[in-house]
Design a protein around this ligand. Structure first.
Ligand code: FAD
Length: 375
């Protein structure tokens, strides 16, 4: 139970969503620190508590090795026998495997390569320079932690989502919730494919409730480079144009803050918060390096913080597209009786977050019940 939180996360990780937001159907955070952020041990306990509260018939330590169509639904083969089901809900997670770009194959052998699944703490990295690739939640958190261990760190930055931790005195995720941004439905989003591929926000959950954007990382001494474009003759070549990448992230952040301010005014709650604020633009380095010689010894390890992807290798029903993504409409998978939950913007912008499951589950299960009733 809570397998991914137990086995696939690094030691210092805390949720980036505040405690008060961790809610599951029938279970809410009731501890002493609603504005804090859970450690991995606390998340595991929370999930275990939910199993008790919900009284769901959970079978732990069982791997599903195959799901295939059968006359009356689906046949599920597990490490503990077979199950015949009329319906199946795929809730196997959106982050089963780290996504590592193919250019990693060109990295010369002495450089150690790790994914967030392998990484536990900086002490297990070789001494010397570290290149962290990807500046979303995982990349910025690992870059900061590794830099604080004294190692030189370079962060390769592509498209990213910049957010302050606090805005007008409240957690920025409180604003996402209150203003309705997180409840925006999948069928109201302009470009759903893009929304589903949006990187995670640059946020970290720390007791100090500190912002961890690129300005904060630069202040820590992290060197910022562009998106890693290719490897040629043992050299890592990075894209230029960081200034544009930064401006776009700043622009999008400011648009979101505008949305929050507008909501505060129209809801009549503006007076409850500190004054609107705007943050310093992301400072572009004078001359970002465009290449690193990976054979020089300057970079001793690379951490691929380039995202995660689901694993459907066990799903023997033809419902994935060429990129391995599940074909579904709001969680109703393209095969009668097959459903999904917990995927990016499945039915709402909040779908992949812990608190996002409740509303999605209710609607998906309504459809499932209708399917069963119609038979
Ligand atoms: C690094 C990281 C940080 C995150 N931080 C936050 C956060 O701060 N707040 C937040 O709300 N969300 C966060 N998330 C998103 C988070 O993963 C989800 O909110 C939540 O865990 C989703 O739950 P889930 O049950 O859908 O998927 P998961 O937690 O991934 O659970 C899926 C389960 O299915 C199991 N499984 C998969 N395949 C099989 C199979 N074939 N047979 C049997 N079992 C299988 C997996 O082992 C796993 O236990 C984070 C995700 C990552 C990767």
């Amino acid at each position: 139970m809570a397998n991914s939180w137990r086995r696939e996360r690094w030691d210092s990780l805390r949720l980036l969503t505040p405690n008060w937001q961790s809610r599951l159907p029938g279970l809410r955070y009731d501890g002493a620190d609603p504005d804090g952020y859970m450690t991995m041990g606390e998340v595991t306990e929370f999930v275990e508590r939910f199993a008790k509260v919900s009284r769901a018939p959970v079978r732990t330590g069982v791997t599903v090795t195959s799901v295939r169509g059968a006359d009356d639904g689906y046949r599920v083969v597990t490490s503990d026998g077979e199950i015949a089901c009329r319906t199946v809900v795929i809730a196997s997670g959106a982050c089963n495997r780290p996504s590592v770009p193919p250019l990693s194959a060109g990295v010369p052998a002495p450089v150690e390569q790790l994914t967030p699944f392998d990484y536990r703490d900086p002490g297990r990295l070789p001494d010397g320079g570290v290149l962290v690739v990807g500046a979303s939640a995982t990349g910025v958190q690992l870059a900061a932690e590794i830099r604080r261990s004294g190692r030189p760190v370079t962060l390769s930055v592509g498209e990213h989502v910049r957010l302050p931790r606090l805005y007008r005195g409240r957690d920025v995720l409180w604003w996402m919730d209150a203003s309705g941004v997180w409840d925006q439905r999948y069928d109201e989003v302009d470009d759903l494919t893009r929304a589903r591929r949006l990187p995670s926000p640059q946020l970290v959950g720390t007791p100090e409730r500190a912002t961890l954007d690129l300005n904060a990382l630069t202040a820590l001494g992290v060197e910022v480079a562009g998106k890693w474009a290719t490897v040629r003759d043992g050299r890592a070549l990075f894209s230029g144009g960081l200034r544009n990448v930064f401006s776009l992230a700043d622009l999008k952040m400011n648009r979101l803050l505008d949305t929050f301010d507008e909501w505060a005014l129209t809801s009549g709650r503006d007076g409850e918060f500190d004054s609107p604020e705007r943050f310093a633009p992301t400072a572009a380095p004078g001359s970002a390096r465009l290449q690193f010689d990976l054979r020089s010894g300057e970079i001793r390890s690379i951490v691929w913080a380039t995202g995660f992807q689901p694993d459907y290798s066990w799903l023997d029903v033809p419902v994935t597209d060429g990129k391995g993504r599940l074909r579904h409409e709001g969680g109703v998978v393209d095969s009668p009786g097959l459903y999904a939950l917990g995927l990016p913007v499945l039915r709402r912008r909040k779908s992949t977050f812990i608190h996002g499951i409740e509303d999605d589950a209710r609607e998906v299960i309504d459809h499932l019940a209708g399917h069963l009733a119609a038979r």
